[in-house]
Design a protein around this ligand. Structure first.
Ligand code: ADP
Ligand code: ADP
Length: 223
């Protein structure tokens, strides 16, 4: 599903990625774990085409991400590490805005958005201004938004970071549901404990390189 080969990225003289390899197969919930500064966000931004790689290759379902960035955006749902501002939009307006970006509008968008907001437990918040929602709710809104175009692959950058235990638990429950519905998921965290119960596979990233990859038991046996 996703192959990352020898990915390299420098910011000035500072090496963020030093030849990162990853191999994610269909149906996996793949946890990318590593300390702050290890290169997780850089790797994810390169996959999403939001930053330029210096060297390497990213192949998604046989498509070279560098050559077909728009196709990649159609295949992937992205939950960024920072949702930024919602420009004073209500939850509904926010969802409509992104649905329109994928060419979904009118009654079709209304039905789809309501279904997604129900799925993440925000159906009673449709009229709320998104900026005023709690961090946990914003994170679930971000997930609903990422699902608008029904992508088969989801990438989430530190989605439970800064969430209280209850919201973190709820978010992980949603990830488990996504897995059941057949989605492939890449999820990053600086805490192995945030990934251990939801991930089928774990990759450890250190200094911009893959330090270990395998099942949770295999990884625990190595550290
Ligand atoms: P992680 O997500 O694992 O915390 P990042 O990918 O954010 O790691 O960062 C990897 C390294 O690259 C860090 O040392 C960080 O300070 C640096 N870095 C990240 N983005 C930039 C940037 N846009 N400009 C300069 N340095 C950056
Ligand atoms: P590109 O790779 O296309 O040049 P990036 O998204 O990697 O774009 O970086 C854009 C700019 O954001 C960087 O040049 C830097 O000035 C700034 N920046 C973002 N994150 C960091 C960080 N962690 N440390 C330092 N600068 C950062």
């Amino acid at each position: 599903m996703l192959k990352v080969i020898g990915l390299k990225k420098k910011y000035g003289k500072h090496t963020a990625l030093a030849g990162l390899d990853m191999n994610i197969k269909k149906g996996q919930v793949y946890g990318l774990v590593g300390p702050n500064g290890a290169g997780k966000t850089t790797a994810i931004r390169l996959i999403m085409g939001l930053s330029h790689m210096d060297d390497g290759q990213i192949i998604i379902n046989g498509t070279d991400a560098r050559k077909k960035p728009l196709k990649v955006k159609e295949m992937i749902g992205y939950v960024p590490d920072n949702c930024g501002s919602y420009f004073n939009m209500s939850v509904n307006e926010y969802m409509e805005f992104f649905a329109a970006g994928f060419g979904i509008s009118g009654i079709k968008a209304e039905n789809r958005n309501l279904k997604l907001l129900e799925q993440v437990g925000l159906e009673d918040k449709v009229e709320f201004i998104a900026d005023t929602l709690s961090r946990g709710m914003q994170q679930r809104l971000s997930l609903a938004r990422a699902l608008i175009h029904d992508p088969e692959f989801l990438i989430m950058d530190e989605p439970t970071s800064g969430l209280d235990p209850r919201n973190s638990f709820e978010f992980k429950r949603l990830v488990k549901e996504l897995k059941k519905s057949g989605k492939t998921v890449l999820i990053s965290s600086h805490l192995l404990s945030e990934l251990s119960e939801i991930c089928t596979d774990i990759a450890v990233i250190e200094n911009g390189m893959l330090a270990a990859q395998g099942s949770l038991t295999e990884i625990l046996g190595r550290i």
